[in-house]
Design a protein around this ligand. Structure first.
Ligand code: MCA
Ligand code: AMP
Length: 469
């Protein structure tokens, strides 16, 4: 059973807990969630795929859980996604309607509301484990985001592997305030607690003060969140009673790791993953936690390093290669994109992550960077340069555009756009991208230039742009 802690028999036999999920000002018990989500399930059961506007609210959680109970595939939609991004997600996913809260951007699809106080105790058979639980949209280097097909089986395996690495049990309380449309905040951060049985406190925003007030035992954050905690000694000190501070989605800078340790007395756990693979590497509670390194493969996952010619790379802690993974936590391909799916697997069945890594003799992994400069990680969000460039080119006066990720002390990377054209008001151009795509995909800086550096083939030389940023 994917959401093991919502087993109705167990709840009826005294295994209810009053605070299974707290989100904002709402606290839901296990039976509240089961009753309200089953009532959602009754109303969505005829559908195959439904969109959920992923606002950080109790209704979003009930919409997702209701769909999972009924075996309906969930398409989480970023709440700030603008018309271009929204239209792509709805069309590509084939979502038949919405469940839960909506805004004006429904694309004309029907809406099934979620009622917080409705209850149903109908019992649904567990959907097949190979069925698709989520289609998660994530950026590639070019083109619009691709839909990652994640099965119930991969999710169950992924959560169980982390429960093993982190000794995550029902005695823990998980705290985070991450967005509910990615693996990190939604799949691990909401389904994790509902599988493991640990209460969840979702703080709606991932601010240091909100984390400090929550009093949990395990905290999830992206490096930007941890870097802000590290600059707020009072909030950091309030985390000292926690058991684990876990960082991922982007590299945790070593100074932030050290500062967190100093302020909280806790040594952070760093883990690595992708929407396509769930989490594949982590340092362990019962093992070494080395700053700058992401640890060992989790249970059920294997890794290898390959050089450009497909040869094995030595595990000497220095030689770099592209990380490949295989195992129980992997996705089932990109929706409607057999080309991209085929290109991301080797002939012998390994998924090519596109991340460049080293492995030491003890099997410890360090992520060195990405193979392509066109995938940017900003605040833990993955953003494709191509998608932002296409948006920029839609703005009157922009003739050429090249987007890079520049180093940023807060966001890890900051989106910087070089544009050629007649653009008098660069902040209006930034707002345009924020409104068409999602807010976090907006360039933080626009540099208007006379021309872009190109090689003899006419290809923009982004390495030259990066060197100047
Ligand atoms: C600013 N704002 C604007 C504009 N400028 N709105 C519209 N147009 C503009 N031009 C507003 C925003 O709406 C927002 O308002 C506020 O300014 C701040 O936005 P922003 O600056 O973008 O936020 P931030 O402070 O930079 O965000 C930092 C963050 C965020 C909170 C850490 O980056 C974040 O939530 N990151 C998490 C990413 C994540 O979960 N990744 C997981 C994927 P308002 O405040 O009103 O909203 S990775 C994954 O799943 C894999 C498996 C893994 O490994 O985990
Ligand atoms: P996403 O598809 O949004 O899940 O992003 C996945 C990407 O995030 C990976 O391919 C990595 O580039 C990056 N990533 C995730 N965790 C880490 C980490 N701990 N260290 C470095 N990069 C990471």
């Amino acid at each position: 059973m994917l959401l093991r802690s919502l087993n109705s028999l167990a709840i009826n036999h005294g295994d209810d807990i009053p605070n299974a999920v707290s989100i904002g000002d709402t606290v839901l018990s296990r039976s509240d969630i089961l009753g309200a989500a089953t009532s959602v399930a009754e109303r969505v059961a005829q559908a195959e795929r439904l969109a959920v506007l992923a606002t950080p609210t109790p209704k979003t959680i009930l919409a997702v859980v209701g769909c999972l109970i009924a075996g309906v595939t969930v398409v989480p939609v970023p709440p700030d996604s603008g018309p271009a991004e929204r239209a792509h997600i709805l069309e590509d996913s084939g979502a038949q309607g919405w469940v839960g809260e909506t805004d004006e951007g429904t694309g004309g699809l029907p809406v099934i509301p979620v009622r917080l106080h409705a209850r149903s105790w109908h019992s649904y058979p567990e959907p097949r484990e190979e069925s698709t639980a989520f289609i998660l949209y994530t950026s590639g280097t070019t083109g619009p985001p691709k839909g990652v097909l994640l099965s119930r089986r991969a999710i169950a395996a992924g959560i169980d592997a982390l429960a093993d690495a982190w000794q995550w049990t029902r005695r823990d309380t998980l705290v985070h305030g991450l967005p509910l449309f990615h693996v990190h905040g939604l799949v691990l951060g909401v389904l994790g607690p509902l599988r493991v049985g640990s209460p969840l406190v979702h703080t709606t925003v991932p601010t240091p003060a909100a984390y400090a007030a929550a009093k949990g035992s395990i905290y999830f954050g992206v490096p930007t969140v941890w870097s802000r905690v590290a600059q707020d000694p009072k909030s950091a000190a309030a985390l000292a009673d926690a058991r684990l501070l876990i960082s991922g989605s982007a590299p945790l800078p070593v100074p932030v790791f050290e500062r967190l340790r100093e302020l909280t007395g806790l040594t952070p756990i760093e883990r690595y993953g992708m929407s396509e693979t769930m989490l594949t590497l982590s340092t362990r509670v019962d093992g070494e936690r080395r700053p700058g390194w992401v640890g060992l493969p989790v249970k059920g996952v294997e890794t290898r390093l390959r050089d450009e010619d497909g040869n094995d790379v030595a595990h000497d802690g220095e030689s770099i290669g592209v990380l490949q993974v295989r195992g129980a936590t992997l996705f089932d391909g990109y929706l409607n994109r057999p080309d991209a799916t085929a290109a991301s697997w080797t002939e012998d069945g390994w998924f090519i992550t596109g991340d460049v890594a080293v492995i030491d003799a003890g099997g410890f992994h360090r992520i060195v960077g990405r193979e392509s400069t066109d995938l940017i990680k900003t605040g833990g969000f993955r953003v494709g340069a191509g998608e932002v460039e296409t948006s920029l080119l839609g703005y009157p006066g922009v003739r050429e555009a090249a987007v890079i990720g520049a180093p940023d002390p807060d966001l890890g990377q900051r989106i910087v756009a070089y544009v050629v054209g007649d653009v008098a008001d660069t902040s209006a151009l930034i707002d345009y991208v924020a409104s068409q795509l999602s807010v976090h995909k907006r360039p933080r800086e626009i540099r208007v230039v006379d021309e872009l550096p190109r090689n003899a083939m006419g290809k923009v030389q982004k390495k030259l742009l990066s060197a100047h940023s």
